[in-house]
Design a protein around this ligand. Structure first.
Ligand SMILES: [Zn+2]
Ligand SMILES: [Zn+2]
Length: 559
């Protein structure tokens, strides 16, 4: 039993952000009350170019798995991928009761079924209903406005005190669907005393308010009516059902029918229909109907606002879509903003669109409001903290700069204890003053096609290295007198030479022959291979300035 286990098992109330508190995505939060564990959210992250060949990242659940007998349940705050997306991948390792509101439960069930998982028990809980998890946690989903239906903050009551785990939220006072974040609900929670607020930091650097989906509805209607000719594409997050409803209504007012293109849109809208959110809207067109409708009467909602290579927008922009094509004079409205890190791929799409003579409208290009964030800006965080009056604030959900910005807001409001955590920090919330008392070892897993491997796996490190330094492989056969039998076989990847493509291979061959001449008879295969490998590495560094991955096979033959 290691030290952190002793601390967590020794009684008291603890919190540890095991993912999502040094990055966007991979949200995975642990609460421990008198040795009993509760997880809030289990999401994926999108891999950047530090992970060649990898699309998805997951939180490493090893610590929870080692303590599985203590795990009472997983609560999911809402159905965004960064909160729910890892459940299906980690289910085998975590298996425990899951708790979610109806929309989230429906999205999760479909994801699990897609992965062939039918034995997960999802408890569907309505917002504002209290329920017990294990012996120590009394939990309630408190409705909040966010860019997806049924989003909730979690009120967790324990014998040590109450905490609010905010999930993702904003103060949209006029959302298209769902219940808005109610000041009164949070004020009365504040009246009961709040030990800690653990909250969304995404927009803590942005002043003011996020804005309202209802204003976006008006903005989209005005924007769509500006473009009379050609198809209108709107790209956005598939899960923003309120936004899809706004687009459908705006299209109807402009005598345009709406088609959905992209798998995740169909999946999300299917779930929204099941949950009754789309009632009263005209039917969406199927993809195959698009060609039968005149361009001037079409709005096409497409996935891929973040530049995802395989999503609909990217494919359409490079004329690589089976049923949907772009014409000069069509319009693409970006009802979205780039998540940091995605700017380059989005820009590649915009270049394609520009070359195709398409009108592009981003939130910066129009006076109409066509996007608002689902996350709280500074003034919203201030309101929430004033309502709740927590003893302690712990910023989560963001990179270090966003976490620190929320920490600053809390400090400015003279909150007693402000603790900015790292992934894995273990914070004792009670008894005694809240403070960091230890660390849980955390990490990331990478989804490599169908396999799940540590994100630090040597295969990923090797791919990264190959990208920059290339590779050299040589093999040769020698007799006992170190005389060469046959040719030296040499392959290189990603190396270039000034004179010609083959010259580097010839240089390497010459160098290996020189090394062979200098070797003493009597060495074994592995010793010879290692001596040549080291010398060859130095040689390539000298002539090309690169340290390629160098491998050497030597076979000794008795003659
Ligand atoms: Zn999130
Ligand atoms: Zn979210």
């Amino acid at each position: 039993m290691n030290k952190i286990n002793n601390i967590l098992d020794g009684g008291g109330f603890y919190f540890s952000p095991m993912g999502g508190s040094e990055e966007f995505g991979v949200n995975f939060n642990l609460y421990v009350c008198d040795g009993e564990y509760l997880i809030i959210d289990c999401g994926i992250g999108f891999a950047d170019d530090r992970y060649p060949g990898i699309d998805l990242l997951l939180p490493d659940p090893s610590f929870i798995e080692q303590n599985k007998d203590k795990l009472a349940g997983i609560v999911i705050t809402h159905a965004h991928e960064d909160h729910v997306g890892a459940v299906a991948y980690l289910w085998e390792r975590l298996q425990c009761p899951i708790y979610a509101t109806p929309f989230t439960a429906c999205v999760l069930r479909k994801k699990l079924e897609q992965e062939g998982i039918f034995d997960a028990h999802i408890n569907v809980i309505e917002q504002n209903n209290s329920f017990e998890i294990g012996d120590g946690f009394s939990v309630k989903f408190i409705p909040v406005s966010h860019s997806i239906p049924d989003a909730s903050s979690m009120l967790i009551k324990t014998k040590y005190g109450n905490i609010i785990h905010s999930g993702d939220w904003n103060l949209d006072q006029d959302p298209i669907i769902g219940i808005k974040t109610e000041a009164q609900a949070f004020e009365s929670i504040g009246d009961g005393g709040v030990l800690a607020y653990i909250g969304d930091s995404t927009n803590s650097q942005v002043s003011g308010y996020a804005g309202s989906e209802n204003d976006v509805a008006k903005g989209l209607e005005a924007e769509i009516s500006r473009h009379k000719k050609g198809k209108i594409f709107v790209t956005m997050f598939a899960s923003n059902i309120g936004r899809i409803i706004s687009i459908a209504r705006a299209a109807q007012k402009n005598e345009r029918s709406v088609a959905l293109v992209g798998r995740s849109l169909h999946r999300m809208v299917g779930v929204a229909m099941e949950c009754g959110y789309m009632d009263g809207l005209p039917d969406f067109l199927e993809e195959e109907d698009i060609e039968h409708i005149s361009d001037d009467n079409l709005v096409i909602i497409v996935t891929g606002s973040q530049g995802e290579h395989r999503a609909a927008l990217a494919r359409i922009s490079r004329s690589d879509h089976r049923r949907v094509s772009l014409n000069r004079g069509d319009t693409v409205i970006f009802s979205s903003r780039a998540i940091p890190g995605n700017e380059r791929t989005i820009s590649a799409i915009k270049n394609n669109l520009s070359a195709a003579g398409v009108n592009m409208v981003t939130p910066r290009d129009t006076k109409n409001l066509i996007h608002v964030s689902g996350h709280p800006c500074k003034d919203e965080v201030i309101s929430m903290l004033e309502w709740l009056r927590p003893t302690c604030v712990i910023p989560v959900h963001g990179e270090r700069q966003q976490l620190d910005a929320q920490g600053q807001i809390a400090n400015d409001l003279n909150v007693d204890h402000v603790i900015v955590p790292n992934n894995g920090s273990v914070i004792r919330l009670a008894p005694d003053v809240p403070k960091i008392v230890g660390t849980i070892e955390t990490g990331l897993l990478a989804v490599d096609q169908r396999r799940i491997i540590p994100a630090t796996h040597q295969s990923i490190t090797a791919r990264r290295k190959l990208q920059y330094s290339g590779a050299v492989h040589a093999s040769l056969v020698l007799d006992n007198n170190l005389e060469l039998l046959g040719n030296i076989k040499i392959d290189t990847v990603g190396l270039s030479c000034k004179r010609s493509d083959d010259c580097i291979i010839e240089d390497i061959r010459e160098h290996i022959l020189d090394v062979l001449d200098s070797l003493d008879i009597g060495l074994g295969e592995d010793e010879i291979a290692e001596k040549i490998r080291i010398s060859l590495r130095k040689y390539v560094l000298n002539i090309l300035g690169l340290r390629p991955k160098t491998t050497m096979h030597v076979t000794l033959v008795d003659i």
